[in-house]
Design a protein around this ligand. Structure first.
Ligand code: GDP
Length: 329
């Protein structure tokens, strides 16, 4: 039997890298779409970190360029398509709301169109997001909780989410949405709060910095580990029927509590280093997120395995190791 072929957009991001690793372990031939630019530097550093860069076939393309997607889908003939690419940083989505809508919203529709017209038998995964819940309408958010996005990013993700459902219902595509709550790892970008904290704590520990500046530390998130969450993506596409699933730990913590884990791990006192910077507060905040993953657990036995504590400790250790090699860069 020939290998199953998977096509991943956003393969150079955190989730793309872990998903590619999982699919390689599962025996897939893995193809990724990369958006090259003249100033991109080492664009595949996450794939290198996982030592899988050589094992993946990369294709130049862009979610905004339907012709590039069509060429790649025709070439690869994928069995599974994972649409993970997005402008995913919430703060930046207020600075570039239209671009965010184009990439995160319309980009998904470009991919869905390619699947519908060129490869309708392929199974499609859309990376939906807990940011769609925004101003939460229920204390614990599940698949039936009404959405109320609070950022251009959340609104764009909601459009892509509904278009995925539309393509499933209108054209019979095997198209699923994973409504993933925040998920982190040593491969998370430093613009996100967990990695900013673990990188900042590592710098303070190594004497490279004295303080860590944060915005709203009372915000609460349901944080899981990306390695656990990419498993859920794959499992979703192995189900006979497509569907929409919340993927979360079922536990929520404040930014401050997450930060305390990092400081405690290296034996530092948080109050001596943490500085609150009003400039880092957002125009509209998502105060609290807490997901109920019981549908995914009942349907295919998924649950989060890695705790917040062990994830933050792993991230601090990885940042210390990285800084020892690279210095302050
Ligand atoms: P998000 O949930 O996708 O927006 O993930 P982030 O990791 O960017 O932010 C999580 C929460 O941390 C939000 O409520 C932010 O307001 C809060 N936060 C507090 N200080 C900071 C900071 O310095 N950077 C970021 N990115 N978030 C911060």
């Amino acid at each position: 039997m020939s290998k199953k072929r998977a096509l991943i957009t956003g393969v150079t991001g955190q989730d793309g890298a872990y998903l590619a690793q999982l699919l390689l372990q599962e025996g897939y031939s893995v193809h990724g779409i990369v958006r090259r630019s003249s100033h991109a530097g080492v664009f595949d550093h996450r794939l290198r970190w996982l030592k899988i860069a050589e094992a993946i076939e990369l294709h130049d393309g862009n979610l905004l360029d339907l012709s590039s997607l069509a060429r790649i889908v025709q070439e690869v003939q994928p069995d599974e398509v994972y649409n993970l690419a997005a402008q995913s940083f919430v703060t930046a989505s207020w600075q570039q709301p239209i671009l965010t809508g184009e990439i995160t919203g319309l980009g998904a529709v470009n991919m869905l169109e390619c699947v519908r017209t060129l490869r309708p038998q392929a199974r499609y995964y859309q990376a939906s997001s807990s940011e769609m819940f925004g101003l939460i309408q229920e204390d614990v958010q599940s698949e039936s909780t009404p959405f109320y996005p609070r950022s251009p990013y959340g609104a764009a993700k909601l459009y892509a989410h509904w278009m995925t459902i539309n393509y499933r219902e209108s054209f019979g595509l095997h198209a699923s949405n994973g409504i993933l709550f925040n998920h982190e790892s040593p491969l998370r970008g430093v613009e996100f709060v967990t990695r900013k904290v673990t990188d900042g704590v590592a710098r303070i520990k190594l004497g490279l910095a004295r303080e860590l500046r944060l915005g709203n530390i009372d915000a609460k998130r349901d944080w899981g580990h990306a390695r656990d969450y990419v498993k859920a993506m794959w499992m979703m596409l192995q189900q006979e029927k497509p569907g929409d699933y919340v993927i979360a730990t079922g536990r929520t913590s404040t930014v401050r509590a997450m930060c305390e884990i990092a400081f405690r791990h290296v034996g530092l006192n948080i109050d001596e280093h943490l500085v609150i910077d009003p400039k880092l507060f957002r125009p509209a905040e998502v105060d609290v997120l807490l997901g109920d993953p019981s549908k995914a657990c009942a349907a295919f036995g998924w649950k989060a395995e890695i705790s917040l504590e062990s994830m933050i400790e792993e991230m601090v250790e990885a940042d210390i190791a990285r800084l020892r090699i690279t210095g302050a860069n």
